[in-house]
Design a protein around this ligand. Sequence first.
Ligand SMILES: NC(=O)c1ccc[n+]([C@@H]2O[C@H](COP(=O)([O-])OP(=O)(O)OC[C@H]3O[C@@H](n4cnc5c(N)ncnc54)[C@H](OP(=O)(O)O)[C@@H]3O)[C@@H](O)[C@H]2O)c1
Length: 459
Amino acid sequence: MKKLLRPLSRPIKKMSHNSNLVFDKISTRLPVSHGEFQLHLYRDFDGKDHLALEMGDVYGMENVFVRVHSECLTGDIFGSARCDCGEQLRQSIHIITEEGLGVIIYLRQEGRGIGLRNKLHAYNLQDEGYDTTEANLKLGHAPDERNYSLAAFILRDLGVKSVRLLSNNPEKLKSLTNSGTRITSRIPLNPRITPENAFYLKTKVSRMNHILDLDELSPTSPERDNIIRYITRKMKSLRCNRPFVTLSYAQSLDGYISASLDKPISLSGRESLILTHKIRSIHDAILVGIGTVLSDNPQLSVRLVKGENPQPIILDTRLRFPVDAKLLNTSVLPWIITGRKSKKKKQRILEGLGAKVFRLPANNNGVELPILLSRLAKKNIRSIMVEGGTRVISSFIDERLVDLFVLTITPFIIGSGLQAFEQKIFDSWDKMFSLRDLRYVKIGRDLIVCGIPSWDNDK
Ligand SMILES: NC(=O)c1ccc[n+]([C@@H]2O[C@H](COP(=O)([O-])OP(=O)(O)OC[C@H]3O[C@@H](n4cnc5c(N)ncnc54)[C@H](OP(=O)(O)O)[C@@H]3O)[C@@H](O)[C@H]2O)c1
């Protein structure tokens, strides 16, 4: 899209008194820990100062991330656990600084427009058992007295062409649209559900139609959402002519992915396991070696979250796939990739049980991965999550076929067992590689490390 040039100075038109919009504007540079915003202050005819934090130059831009946030002193400044305001503001800042482009509009309409003092009265009523809307009504106010026409005015003033709105509130979407803002999509902001905010969030959903999934099968967490967004962005930006490959595995603090082949252990905590299932759900396929099927009997499905099961793919040159494997009882039956010489009879048995068997060239290390990936691309598989075990991870690393690492480090010391990589793939110093564009995120008790491999650089 052709970028429009921002006019050097755009004086604010003095609006009529009745419109109660903007009277005056002042702009300044505001560096923050993750980048630099341009801070614009818009004074309205009531003398209230509303703010717009602009990252990058949004003038003339389409699909700009925008958060229209109403002031909540208790949540935004003091981190109150009664609401999700502070968390939504921080998530929005995070998303916009990661993108390097976006606007946060900070409207001075505290307590859904009833002011701080009344909000505190409403809190006391909520502690007596009223929900957040009933409390407002009891105080003689509407459940929500906010107005978003000023936000639409600010977006016009900043020259934003269209918006990806960071919000769970359909009323805000409707009101901005009615005021002339073009919204191309809504990006949900998922709050952490705590005993303190659970009732408030349920009320937002049931009485104010907020679009929040409080279902147990959609456990929300901003950290998990951040990782999913990071992966999705990488998938889009690193498009290549084969499927995008995410390598994901869990290891102990001392670097083992398993204690031994005959004794599978679950390393990931429940919280990071939910993340793993979420990551599975955004890939077209999930791939493991036959060693993992024989030792762990995995399902490779998306059980802990809502979403589509990816296509399971098993590398198995000799067709050792067990006929009683759990993978033959899942909704998406596995594709087994075997060599040219494996037994036809076993193939027929497995196909009789619903699996699909594909024969591909193999060498001493197993199935030839570049050929496999180009065949999968032809079958419309655009992304693959490779989950292990050691030999498969090593083959993908050895062939430099990994686009993204998602490593879960769990607080176990195992002492001995299987490491993620076979030592033979690091037979010379120049096989070493590093990760760049790193993310370190704590999920539950585990540490998630994401990064893009730099095969030749940064040594
Ligand atoms: N912590 C984690 O996140 C995690 C995840 C997954 C697995 N694991 C652990 O990893 C262990 C299994 O690892 P593993 O190394 O024994 O088995 P694996 O990597 O799962 O499977 C390796 C087998 O796959 C076949 N294969 C076919 N083509 C291949 C290719 N191009 N490259 C590599 N292998 C190919 C080979 O068997 P054929 O020669 O018969 O074809 C090979 O022996 C288990 O203990 C499991 O618990 C841990």
